[in-house]
Write a protein that binds this ligand. Structure first.
Ligand code: FMN
Length: 316
């Protein structure tokens, strides 16, 4: 147990990051049941759609879970956050925007707040606004990324130095060695997205899972740099098509349309890699199997312990 697991009332310091629109109650509940923290990703879903997933998650687990709201992505921030009180959701993760206007009310409702940050400045502001935990996400991560392009390895120790609340490392973690390394850098836990795609419970198309397994260390691409809307995706035909549009010149509106949730679903849930995109992080190259969530988390914790013991012996 550490400050993070005590605060969130979880057994393992492993969080499944929100995956807007496409992850579901089964994955969220499986991670929480396995001792970590599962997260519902609100994405652009309507409040009614999010409410259904919350109800289904509560049916499947009585352990803590989180609700992620990407503040500049969701058109329904306030309505969705009102569900926190209605369902006594214990933990809220806020990303892609300024959390300050929302934190006091969430605290009044008894929720702990995690804020996803990509710089020391953002982390300090989130701490000053009352955030309970910083999720520090590096440029290796899948999905929408910060234009600052700072990697996890350098981001974590700098944020750990700068704030006095627990820091969770996100971006590029996929096994026990990754967990051990982030703990050694001063993080209190990890958040993963890409590794959880290739699990039995994840509701994604088999072709998506297979693409993660087949990925090498350079199988992801950054799209959207030309319009300032950076996203890390698997290097599929669709991703290459987006890059060719960017080379010719594409407007932000057109880029946003082509990377909207409609095209996310086509790639991730329908498995049509030429017609929709698949978010993917650089750690995909390390992933070679599709375990259950419980198998994955037990293995990661055992391997992290071994790795830390090994490192300790080297210094004895
Ligand atoms: C399919 C997918 C969708 C994602 N959607 C969101 C989202 O809606 N909100 C958010 O804060 N992060 C989102 N992320 C990022 C994850 O929550 C997590 O922080 C990130 O994947 C960690 O890096 P990793 O992919 O290297 O493990 C998404 C990631 C994936 C793989």
């Amino acid at each position: 147990m550490n400050s993070l697991t005590n605060l969130l009332k979880i057994n393992y310091p492993i969080i499944q990051g929100g995956m807007g629109n496409i992850s579901n109650a089964i994955l969220t509940a499986a991670v929480s049941e396995a001792g970590g923290l599962g997260t519902i990703g609100a994405g652009t879903m309507t409040p009614a759609e999010v409410e259904e997933i919350i109800k289904e998650t509560i049916k499947r687990t009585d352990r803590p879970f989180a609700l992620n709201v990407a503040l500049t992505v969701s058109p329904y921030v306030r309505e969705i956050l009102s569900l926190v009180k209605k369902y006594t959701i214990p933990i809220v993760s806020l990303s892609a925007g300024n959390p300050a206007p929302f934190i006091p009310k969430l605290h009044e409702q008894g929720a702990k707040v995690l804020t996803v940050c990509a710089s020391v400045k953002q982390a300090k502001k989130a701490e000053a606004a009352g955030s309970d935990v910083i999720v520090a996400e590096g440029y290796e991560a899948a999905g929408i990324n910060s234009a600052l392009e700072t990697t996890t390895l350098v981001l974590i120790p700098q944020i750990v130095e700068a704030v006095n609340i627990p820091v969770v490392a996100a971006g590029g973690i996929g096994d026990g060695k990754g967990v051990a390394s982030m703990l050694a850098l001063g993080a209190s836990g990890v958040q993963m997205g890409t590794r959880f795609i290739a699990t039995k419970e994840a509701p994604f198309h088999d072709k998506y899972k297979q693409k993660i397994i087949e990925a090498s260390d350079h199988s992801t691409l950054i799209v959207g740099r030309s319009v300032g809307r950076i996203r890390r995706v698997l290097g599929t035909d669709y991703a290459r098509k987006l890059l060719s549009y960017e080379e010719k010149g594409i407007s932000l509106d057109d880029f946003n349309r082509l990377t909207s949730e409609e095209f996310h679903r086509v790639g991730a849930l329908d498995g049509k890699e030429g017609e929709g995109f698949m978010n993917g992080g650089q750690i995909a190259g390390l992933i070679t199997d599709i375990p259950t969530v419980q198998q994955l988390m037990d293995r990661m914790i055992n391997d992290a312990k071994k790795q830390l013991e090994h490192a300790f012996l080297l210094f004895k």
